[in-house]
Ligand binder design. Structure first.
Ligand code: ASP
Length: 314
């Protein structure tokens, strides 16, 4: 099997063939999730703990459902971001967790790198559910599966990622994944929301939607991440929507069959027009949510196999 990792911490650690293995496995789970009986046993007997130090609705629900559908005992631990500002506390958390013998640990944390640190201290498989501005690997994988199903391939596509790139772990994981699969990536947004040194990632940068969207196959919108902004990055939300909000007029610059994506939660009327977001002929936003459960089932299935192999060999 071409997926030999102990943890899923970021897309940066995955090879293209591992990404394909994971997406192929997720396809099986799409079918299972659409069946009347939705139970598998890949995680039977295993304990999954979800630790979210930052708010989450869909990602936490998606991981919970994924674990339950595969037979794991799933527990959600409510964590307050304020209670773990010190590295030492995170290590204490790891010690507490080790004593509970989890097999899969799903972690979201406001600090980049915190999930990696935790992974070094616990005796189980760790899945990064988003760490600061760093990575959100299952989001990029579910986006990849959505694109592959809509476009019939995941290479040589022209993909625009638009909006608040600077604060977005979703953008970072997607840039890495889509780059590894040899797509052409365009980033569109105001210069204040573009990370410095981004062109080293082999992307094209635009500050004009009409030019940036020209003939793209995929338009990925991002939320304005106000909680990560500490100053005036944009003049006003109205002005932002006018220049960078996706509506039918701006989308007309993309290919006629271009799809529209958004990781959620959406700010309707800020980064995207609400009617367009709901247009099932263009928007695949609901498909992204559906693919999310399947991708998380696949990721936990593959990691659990590796965990069992390691434990069996010990
Ligand atoms: N839900 C995604 C994340 O956790 C995107 C967002 O919050 O805008 O990064």
């Amino acid at each position: 099997m071409t997926f030999t990792h102990r943890h899923l911490l970021g897309i940066e650690h995955l090879r293209p063939e591992e990404i394909v293995t994971l997406l192929d496995r997720a396809e099986d789970y799409v079918d299972l999730n659409r069946a009347a009986e939705k139970h598998g046993d890949a995680l039977a007997g295993l304990t999954q703990i979800n630790m979210f130090f930052e708010n989450s609705t869909r990602t936490q629900a998606s991981f919970e459902l994924a674990g339950k559908r595969l037979g794991a005992d799933v527990m959600n631990m409510a964590m307050q971001a304020s209670s773990i500002t010190k590295g030492e506390t995170l290590i204490d958390t790891a010690m507490t967790l080790n004593a509970m013998h989890p097999d899969l640990l799903v972690v979201r944390h406001p600090h980049s790198g915190a999930v990696d640190l935790l992974a070094q201290k616990v005796n189980c498989a760790v899945l990064n559910a988003g760490d600061g501005r760093h990575e959100h690997p299952t989001q990029a994988l579910l986006d990849a599966l959505t694109i592959r199903r809509a476009k019939g391939r995941l290479h040589r596509l022209s993909i625009a990622i638009c909006g608040d790139i600077a604060h977005s772990r979703v953008a970072r994981s997607n840039i890495i994944l889509l780059g590894k699969m040899e797509n052409r990536i365009r980033l569109i947004g105001p210069p204040t929301l573009m990370p410095s040194g981004i062109s080293e990632f082999g992307v094209e940068v635009f500050d004009d939607m009409a030019r940036g969207l020209e003939d793209v196959d995929v338009v990925m919108m991002l939320r304005l991440q106000r909680e990560r902004m500490d100053g005036g990055f944009i003049p006003s939300e109205r002005e932002y929507y006018h220049r960078f909000g996706l509506d039918a007029d701006k989308l007309a610059h993309a290919k006629p069959d271009a799809i529209v994506m958004h990781p959620g939660p959406m700010n309707r009327g800020v980064e995207i027009d609400g009617t367009l977001a709901d247009d099932i002929n263009r928007s695949v936003i609901q498909d992204q949510v559906e693919m999310g459960v399947a991708v998380r089932m696949a990721a936990m299935d593959l990691l659990a196999r590796n965990l069992r192999d390691v434990r069996g060999a010990a």
